[in-house]
Ligand binder design. Structure first.
Ligand code: HEM
Length: 537
């Protein structure tokens, strides 16, 4: 087909007019919505086009959000693209109300939906809403009961022991210790655990097999977003399709989706075959893949299509693996900074004869529990929840606030349909007003001491008063699994090895921007975390 210049100009004109008209309609809609919202206090715009772009592009905006909450009150508005704004909720009652209505009144923003489609395809648990979400969630819930997670504990130990053996070999002739890049190892441990426990598949990454999924995730974390990409991702709030423009990050995202798709398809086929055999032998398959296959069968109440099944597998693989490995890395880094905490944990673990049993993992090791929850409090891998209101809502507040438009304090906030609302998870988890003057300090003892958790923090609903696993109908389905993995892996590593920063406890820590922000040692390439590791003799 040939296209002459005249035709291309007409085409461009049509595109330009369409984009302009569409933008105009959207702006008119936003202006109308603005008129119906009580104007909240908040920082002034510092950029005519983007509002306050810094807060969207810094990997850790927790302290900016906290400073604004102190200055403008626990609910405030932040300038956003083209004169629009976003509402931030830092009030516990408002947050509980918001999360309780997640998937119904509050839904994924067009940008988040678009990004998730790019990552895992359509029809997944994370992009579905209302009854469709309930149906998909119910289909995999049996894989996350305490009874099932408990059966995976030996798998968690078997996997971390593979790393222990490899590290023992590295350290065999180095009594004073050696440098080990732990982030990569912790990623391998997490991937192999989720593979075996969740999908009955051994990725064998601890045996040196390169995984197509982890390689792409590494590449994403090691590819600094270019200034052009940062600009595009800011504009993508209004025009998500801009993310389709060719750039290295988009290419890697497509590759991740493709690789996860190939693995999921392979696992699905294999499990189907195994199940046919197992069913004839009367076995029950409670693995994630087994449950999803059951949900896709003709006589199931869930009527899940093959596309939905594959999308769920990709979501679970990504959600379960990357978040857990990031949390493990943070735990080791905090224990390097606080050697006393590391010793206390080792002493607690050394009193056991062998690896903790399930009862010890869940109830019998208070300091291990405290280290894990203090890490999760300080370093939420998912730093905020952002949604769009799909209907008008009235949000109750714990404490009255002054708005910019009313001389009297208000006890409720009116949120018109179309408003973007965010909960700054990481900021609230380490905010001084919730957790006290030592909120930013890694202090596991706060989880054990009488009165260690301030009353204000106790007002926050969510797993142990932190928002790291979010809350409400979309709260993390894998939180019990994740906490058990963190405890099992740390118990083996800390009992057997001593970890130190090579540059001493004051070593600076930075953030690498992967699918989720990952910690790194400042000055190291990509997301590398080389630590000095010594065997416990
Ligand atoms: C430390 C580890 C983990 C953290 C911090 C974490 C955090 C979260 C958060 C904050 C959400 C809500 C996301 C949103 O609202 O947009 C979420 C959802 C989810 N998580 Fe986790 N997660 C972790 C581990 C896991 C594991 C191990 C699995 C599975 C094996 C898992 C599976 C999921 C799934 C499927 C969802 C979506 C739930 C839904 O939409 O109904 N997560 N997680």
């Amino acid at each position: 087909m040939t296209v002459n210049i005249g035709t291309s100009c007409q085409l461009l004109d049509v595109v330009a007019v369409s984009v302009f008209t569409w933008s105009f309609i959207r702006l008119a809609h936003l202006v109308r919505r603005h008129a119906r919202t009580a104007r909240l206090k908040g920082p002034p715009s510092n950029n005519l086009i983007f509002g306050f772009p810094e807060v969207l592009v810094t990997p850790d905006s927790a302290e900016i959000y906290e400073a604004w909450a102190v200055r403008y009150g626990p609910v405030y508005q932040v300038p956003s693209l083209l004169g629009t704004s976003r509402i931030l909720l830092c009030d516990p009652k408002a947050i509980a109300h918001f999360y309780a209505r997640d998937t119904t009144t509050y839904r994924l923003t067009p940008l988040a939906k678009f990004l998730t489609y790019m990552l895992v395809g359509r029809e997944s648990l994370v992009t579905s809403h209302g009854d469709a979400h309930k149906r998909l969630r119910k289909s995999i819930t049996p894989a996350f009961t305490v009874t099932v997670i408990r059966t995976h504990l030996p798998t968690f130990y078997d996997t971390v022991y593979k790393a222990k053996v490899a590290w023992d070999n590295i350290l065999e002739n180095s009594p004073d210790g050696a440098t080990i890049e732990v982030q990569e190892w912790l990623s391998r441990i997490s991937l192999d655990i989720i593979g075996i426990a969740g999908f009955s598949h051994d990725f064998a990454s601890l045996s040196g097999k390169k995984s197509a999924v982890s390689t792409v995730l590494e590449d994403i974390a090691n590819t600094e977003p270019s200034p052009a990409f940062v600009y595009i991702s800011l504009l993508a709030q209004l025009f998500p399709a801009l993310l389709r423009l060719p750039n290295p990050r988009t290419r890697l995202t497509h590759m991740l989706n493709k690789n996860m798709g190939m693995i999921s398809q392979e696992l699905l086929e294999r499990t189907k075959k195994d199940n046919e055999k197992g069913a004839s032998e009367g076995q029950k398959d409670n693995s994630i893949t087994g449950l999803l296959i059951k949900a896709g069968s003709a006589d199931s109440e869930f009527h899940m299509s093959e596309e939905e099944t594959l999308a769920q597998m990709k979501v679970l693989l990504l959600a379960g693996y990357e978040t857990t490995s990031i949390s493990l890395t943070w735990a080791l880094m905090e224990l390097c900074r606080d050697q006393e905490a590391q010793t206390t944990l080792r002493e607690e673990l050394s009193q056991l004869h062998g690896d903790p049993t399930w009862d010890q993992v869940t109830n019998g090791l208070p300091y291990l529990d405290a280290v894990v929850h203090e890490t999760l409090r300080l370093h939420a891998p998912i730093t905020e929840t952002t949604r769009i209101a799909t209907e008008d809502d009235v949000v109750p507040l714990s404490d009255p606030v002054f708005t910019a438009s009313s001389p009297h304090p208000v006890t409720h906030l009116s949120i018109p349909s179309g408003t973007i609302v965010s909960v700054p998870i990481a900021s609230i988890n380490r905010s001084t007003s919730f957790w006290g003057s030592d909120a930013k300090v890694f202090k596991p003892s706060r989880w054990i001491e009488e009165g260690g958790i301030p009353e204000r923090a106790k007002e926050v609903q969510g797993h142990r008063h932190i928002l790291t696993f979010s809350d409400g109908p979309r709260a993390c389905i894998g939180k019990g699994f994740a906490v058990a993995v963190l405890k099992a892996v740390l118990s083996v590593l800390i009992r057997n090895f001593i970890f130190e920063f090579r540059g001493g406890p004051e070593t600076k820590v930075g953030i690498a921007v992967g699918v989720f922000p990952r910690p790194k040692i400042k000055g190291e390439e990509g997301s590398r975390v080389p630590l000095h590791v010594k065997r416990v003799e």
